[in-house]
Write a protein that binds this ligand. Sequence first.
Ligand code: PBG
Length: 325
Amino acid sequence: MYLQRRNRILRKTPAIRAMVAETILTPNDFIAPLFIDEGKGQQYEIPSMPGYFRRSIDGTVKEVKELWDLGIKSVLLFIKCRDELKDNTGKEAWNPDGLMQTSIRAIKDAVPQIVVMTDVALDPYSSYGHDGIVENGEIVNDPTVEALVKMSVSHADAGADFVAPSDMMDGRIGAIRQALEENGFTGTGIMAYSAKYASCFYGPFRDALDSAPGFGDKKTYQMDYANRLEAVKEAQMDVEEGADIVMVKPALPYLDIIREVKNVVEVPVSAYNISGEYAMIKAAAKMGWINEEKAVLETLTSIKRAGADLIATYFAKDAAKLLTS
Ligand code: PBG
């Protein structure tokens, strides 16, 4: 056989493959989500997320130091709210001395350079477990946006570098940007969960924060997984309204959406490799059906290859270790 082109030449040795690799994963790509609880010295493993913990602030700060030392540049904070503090207004969400605000200050004190991002949505604070305020069985948009604005300003005031609205209400990015400006937080950014789908893969996360919806589902605000163009519309509108980074979530079942969004926006795109995606790899690895380390690196590389500039992932620490060892 005389072949004009032999593609296998570029796959011949590890050195050649490294030279021509199109996608290179680094710890700079990762955003590490952290679950925070009250108390001191508390650490609770999430049953549906083996190896992942909800920790009190002291343990969280220690974890953040380790993440920073591994080269991870950003953390995304979630808190578990005590039941007595939950109501339909979500007002604990903008308590200046709330768990979130206290955590932001503690982390910024301990590791000032790390980029602190905060989840903005009412579900952990809502007695209904919904991302917004409920009236007559409906999640009402505009009053919810007012609440999200207060929540965002209070996170910025506590020192958050980026607020990350994950609620999917209409118009919230513009309203939050305007409020940040009016309150002098001109250096605070917005990472918008722009294309967030109503997904069954959020289950383990809702176990972690005890935030499952008390009635119905989230389909009147989170997106229908049948849709692609709607994601493009959401991302474009969020950019127009002032989003600095747009996100697609979940990641693995939506790699096509990540690429689609990446092709049309001129801001960085992030993707959230969510709790259910973590749980699936952990479960299969535990059964001995896949190799966890290889599955993690292949998965994260595929998300980056699809177009994600940043990846929020519960595997951030493990992957950073694998990449730097
Ligand atoms: C809250 C929120 C959710 C996640 C991030 N922010 C859950 C939901 O919308 O029900 C899910 C993250 C994950 O599953 O890892 N609005």
